[in-house]
Design a protein around this ligand. Structure first.
Ligand code: LLP
Length: 419
């Protein structure tokens, strides 16, 4: 459920008409609903109320510091994958004791930054990484808390680009080697083993892959405990899917009940790293129709947002609903909704039945709160768009639209080229 809704024939976000924001902020822009975000966090949090848990929002899904701040104020922590994400999380006021750090390619400077800030734990993805964390902690006269990110080899049945828990994926430590790795870790002087972790993929629409992974992890926890390696935190990653089109993913309550019952007696604090399920349907992308045209037997709606603003359709062939901001009685037709980028792969929707849009109309690309602005770029030297947060009857620009100066910031013409 979200708070983008029609009042008569006009799309509103909470108590604000989308058209008003478009007129004042210009297009395109991302629009987030605070009430929706708040609700999604609460639903997830309450689903796990009966067990000790920390919700570490996956900040790669939406890394705007205002969004992170909302989650932090609600008691959430952060799942980070880079020094940049740690920087953002700290700026937003995160409690470092609620930060978990995943990723196969952590650099030494990033590791030191995280140790310095005493994050809860590193989710370690290789034996070399473990050595380096130990080395850095030693040099800094500190200890580093870790879990091993185990690759449980389960098929999450999602798009191959966003599946991470199969043994052929680059992520984690093969479950068959994990036991030995823990023993290696135990020997390291500056390492405290506190947890176990896995993340099997994203946009998962069934409970069973999570339960398979959980079963494998709990077996391992029991084996480790017999060997005096005490696992206090069980991090199940993120991955719960949402409805973009007609998917029917489990409700967070169903997901939680299944997990809690499968993990009965395990006596760990759970960590979850949800991203999409919290933010995906809490945001939309608002764009204006620049032109329409027909070639041979195809209709094109050319809008002012492109693949640099929202790459998911081009990259994964993802479906995002397209809605008119003001519904008019013009009927429907089949068209491609495309952006201004010079690539045929620049589309927001293909062969889609949509309202007969005309030049000047506003349209909303739905479910664009996660992996949307955070994956945007300046390709074709397009300034990145504004981000706006609505709360009740007010809206706030939480990232101003970039200027041309912004897009060349840091570039330099060397002296020998200056005459
Ligand atoms: N934890 C880790 C270690 C992750 O790698 C991810 C996502 C998450 C948590 C959050 O997963 P979520 O709950 O959002 O499914 N760009 C793709 C999604 C890539 C996901 C990468 N990892 C997309 O637009 O669909």
């Amino acid at each position: 459920m979200n708070y983008f809704h029609y009042v008569e024939n006009e799309l509103w976000c909470e108590e604000v008409p989308v058209t008003n924001i478009a007129e004042e902020v210009g297009t395109p822009f991302y629009l987030y609903s605070h009430r929706t975000l708040d609700r999604h966090f609460n639903v997830f949090d309450e689903a796990f109320a009966d067990v000790p848990h920390i919700i570490c929002f996956s900040s790669k899904a939406n890394s705007n510091i205002a969004i992170l701040r909302v989650i932090i104020k609600k008691g959430g922590g952060m799942d980070i994958v880079s020094g940049g994400e740690l920087y953002r999380a700290l700026l937003a006021g995160v409690d470092p004791k609620k930060v978990v750090y995943s990723g196969v390619g952590k650099r030494e400077d990033e590791i030191r930054f995280a140790i310095e800030n005493e994050i809860l734990m590193f989710n370690v993805e290789s034996s070399q990484e473990l050595e380096i964390i130990n080395f850095c902690a030693g040099k800094m006269n500190k200890r580093a808390r870790i879990s091993l990110r185990v690759n449980p080899d389960v098929d999450s049945k999602t798009h191959s680009y966003i599946s991470t828990g199969l043994k052929e994926n680059k992520f984690g430590i093969n479950i068959h080697n994990a036991f030995d790795e823990y023993h290696q870790a135990k020997k390291l002087e500056h390492i405290d083993i506190i947890g176990i972790d896995c993340h099997i993929g994203s946009q998962i629409t069934k409970v069973s892959p999570f339960l398979d992974a959980l079963g494998r992890l709990t077996n391992l926890i029991n084996l480790l405990r017999e060997d005096d390696i005490d696992i206090q935190y069980l991090d199940l990653g993120g991955g719960l899917g949402i409805t973009y089109d007609e998917e029917n993913p489990p409700h967070p309550t169903e997901y939680a009940e299944a997990i809690i019952s499968r993990a009965k007696g395990i006596n760990c604090t759970f960590i979850f790293e949800p991203g999409r399920v919290i933010m995906g349907n809490a945001g939309i992308l608002v764009s204006r129709v620049l032109y329409t045209k027909s070639n041979a037997d195809k209709n094109f709606i050319i809008v002012d947002a492109g693949m640099n603003d929202l790459i998911r359709p081009s990259l994964y062939n993802s479906y995002h609903q397209i809605q008119a901001v003001i519904q008019k009685e013009r009927g429907l037709f089949s068209a491609d909704v495309v952006g201004p980028i010079c690539e045929s792969g620049d589309f927001l929707a293909k062969n889609r039945v949509v309202p007969r849009f005309e030049r000047g109309d506003l349209l909303a690309v739905m479910s664009a709160g996660a992996y949307s602005f955070s994956m945007s770029s300046n390709y074709n030297s397009r300034p990145r768009v504004a981000e706006v947060l609505v709360k009740d009857d007010q809206y706030y620009v939480i990232k101003r639209r970039e200027t041309y100066e912004d897009i060349v910031r840091g570039e330099d013409i060397p002296g020998f080229l200056q005459e």
